[in-house]
Design a protein around this ligand. Structure first.
Ligand code: MN
Length: 284
């Protein structure tokens, strides 16, 4: 969690540009972060394409989706997605709403999204489907009315992602890193699920595999490692030096995982030998 408002603004701007650079966002889509000091407020860019968002564009809104300090800037039409979910889910610290082309076919065909590889497990066991027609009939498909936001938040329930019929998806996380990780890997999972379906039957992860893989991947070190890579891609694209990677302390990895019968070092995991060098980051 960023420890100051200035840092939070930087990270929200960076998350916007990372998700644009990784192909999740185009002109549309948005990311929000609960205020680091006030859980009744959240940070989100002003009405702007994500690729263009800079820290100064990031505004502070309340849980009714109103700017806390009067601003001359236009807000996103869909701020109620964020306000409604932050209201309904105290555990949620960050939210992303997007229309990624890989995910849209699932929002259109109403085919269930399922984790088909380990990193896709970050979506959890269930991705519910919300259809604006159910409660609101024919709309412009955008979620602009607080009643629509509340209905969407209800459909999301305790889950990590919700598909939105003929529109897109909304993803939530316990941190900005977790949110970006989940958003990118659920989008990749959608591509892989579609490709696997073209080859034959889709054989998703079992519920137990989903729980284990999600717990394994959603630890600080893997999330930070991925964030650093995406931040480097972005820095290259923007022609500036990448920020030095934050040091992630060696964590008691076992504690974050479900209990095992054997000591953690016993299983011969692929890549286990590389772990030491992976955690020793090269300064960039
Ligand atoms: Mn939208």
């Amino acid at each position: 969690m960023p420890d100051s408002l200035a840092q939070a603004r930087e990270e929200v701007a960076l998350a916007n540009r990372i998700l644009a650079n990784e192909g999740v966002f185009d002109a549309f889509g948005h990311v929000s972060l609960r205020h680091p000091e006030n859980p009744e407020h959240f940070l989100i860019s002003r009405h702007r394409a994500p690729e263009l968002v800079q820290p100064a564009d990031v505004l502070v809104l309340d849980l009714d989706g109103k700017a806390v300090v009067p601003t001359p800037y236009r807000l996103y039409g869909e701020v109620t997605i964020h306000a409604s979910i932050f209201q309904a889910r105290p555990d949620v610290m960050a939210i992303c709403h997007h229309h990624a082309p890989a995910v849209l076919p699932y929002a259109i065909a109403k085919v269930e999204m399922v984790p088909v590889y380990h990193l896709g497990a970050s979506m959890g066991e269930t991705v519910p489907f919300w259809d604006s027609r159910d409660d609101f009939g024919a709309t412009a498909l955008v979620v602009v009315d607080p009643a629509e936001g509340k209905s969407l938040a209800k459909a999301l329930g305790p889950h990590s992602m919700v598909l939105m019929g003929r529109h897109g998806a909304t993803v939530v996380g316990a941190s900005l890193r977790e949110l970006v990780f989940r958003t990118i890997y659920t989008t990749r999972n959608a591509e892989l699920q579609t490709q696997a379906k073209l080859l034959g039957a889709v054989h998703p992860l079992s519920p137990e595999e989903i729980r284990k893989a999600a717990a394994y991947n959603l630890r600080p070190a893997p999330m930070e490692r991925a964030w650093d890579l995406w931040a480097k891609h972005l820095a290259e694209r923007e022609g500036r030096p990448a920020a030095p990677a934050a040091a992630v302390k060696t964590e008691p990895a076992v504690a974050a995982r479900p209990p095992r019968a054997k000591p953690a070092k016993a299983p011969a995991r692929k890549g286990a030998a590389k772990k030491k060098s992976a955690s020793k980051r090269k300064g960039r």
